[in-house]
Design a binder for this molecule. Sequence first.
Ligand code: FE
Length: 191
Amino acid sequence: MQLRVRSLETVLSEKGYVDSAALDAIVEAYETRIGPHIGAQVVARAWNDPEFKKDLIEDATKAVNSMGNVSPVGSHLIAIENTDETHHMVVCTLCSCYPWEVLGLPPAWYKSAPYRSRAVIEPRKVLSEFDVTLPDETKIRVWDSTAETRFMVVPMRPEGTEGWSEEQLAALVTRNSMVGTGLALNPEDVA
Ligand code: FE
């Protein structure tokens, strides 16, 4: 795979379709500056600011871009909020579409064939393998990403975090909790 990627890059560079320096800069940005901490800031703000949460659910692209200091999000981001009634989980059954701008590089499992098929066939079982056990009465809704739509989950705010700052709250928001394969951490997990 690496060899194929390198060969493709060489051909595209030789033909002048891509600039290697620009590619390096993009890779560097996603490896070092753009990551799940951006999504975590978004969630923390939504937990603390009902007005922002309303805007986020209405139009995530607009709400995230209004925060400043983030890599601009394309017009395809949708935020979905977990509740006691419904747990949301994100997959791309076709390939590996992922909200890069807010979550950074996708984990290997997200791109794997078993996750992509099993997330829709047996989501509860997949969740249990991620150590997430939900009450039987909680519905699980699986969202299939496409090139046009990317999803980020707003996990439920953990108990015992009243009065916490956005910075403190953001430390509880894991990448998996924003894909729906995890829950936000509890205060005792970060104590
Ligand atoms: Fe995809």
